[in-house]
Design a protein around this ligand. Sequence first.
Ligand code: B4P
Length: 356
Amino acid sequence: MMAILNNFDTLLSTTYDSALASGDLIFTASETQKSSETEYDIQCEICYAPALAKKPQGVLPIVESDPNASKDRPSTPVIKKIEKSNPFLPHDPALYVADASNEHKILLNKFCVVPKHFLVVTKAFKSQTEPLTPTDLLAVWSTLKALKHSEHAVAFYNCGSHSGASQPHKHMQVLPLEVPSPISMLVRECSKRQRGKKENRPGDIFSVPFDCINHVILLPSTDLVSESNQSQEDILTEAYITLMDAMMMSIREYAEQEALPERERELVFRTWSSSRAYNWLLTTEFMMIVPRKQESSNLHKNVSLNINSLGFAGMVLAKTFAELEVVKEKGVIALVSETGYPYEFDQESHARSVEE
Ligand code: B4P
């Protein structure tokens, strides 16, 4: 771990406090509602933040100087066009916390809902559609381990289009949490010995009870890693490759189901190979991957919600009252699962949706 991360908690807090005080960082207060829904009685979270509906969407005006300006007539800026800018290159110095590696910097999330939410961003431009590299994995892992409540923090990566990402510059994100996230509770429950099943051990791969394809792998404890010949980077890379393989195989199996009409089959391959979209989650205990079929949930009462990796952590963000009502009615797990690939092709619901 880099030496700079030794006092990371303090550095994160002081940078956060000063960016908040100077107005360089915008914290949006929210109300969290619990929703109990899975067979393991895990409480999912609906984070209701109506003020976020007003957040700018990464679009900045380009201001050109006024050609008629003179000494007696001050310049009036003319907004010529609206263009997307990269908020991470250059980054706002007020949001810079530390380097996570030679290739990564840690920036505070400018628009956070959870205090001290930060991003692990590549220093040079890389695309958010690229897979994670061993150095990406180690950089984000180091930040997790450097946090005070590291066992509760959740790191995530919204990869590719349809994954919930709004910024094209490669960035992983970390939510420092003081209590376990719903997905951590769920993975722990699913890992316990259950009747007729053996206990899951580090290296085991399994799925949690969402209604869509997902794969989870348990990671060995740091003590076990230091006793082994493998480095932490190797362990993380091996886990990531195992999950990527499992994901590819599951999509292929889904697309090759006989019940799936030819047209649908082609569509799965075409959309997946062009988007390569998935959500990825990491805690100090496990890594998880969820391939994405679509960016947003289906339409319910004319409302559809954008879902990012946090949806699969059991945490959904509702920006309007109508969105909040839809999540409460539908349930977090059912709603986020609509954006993934179903385990099995449901002929009845497909027939219904074709008729509608
Ligand atoms: P992306 O991967 O591109 O997208 P995202 O996390 O889904 O957030 P998005 O930008 O789409 O915002 P949304 O309204 O859905 O991440 C880009 C990140 O860069 C974001 O965190 C963004 O805030 C940040 N950013 C943008 N401009 C920046 C700048 N100039 N400097 C530094 N950082 C910048 O969600 C709003 C916020 O709520 C996001 O932070 C999101 O991560 C968070 N959020 C979403 N669901 C949540 C949940 N269930 N609980 C708590 N927080 C949640």
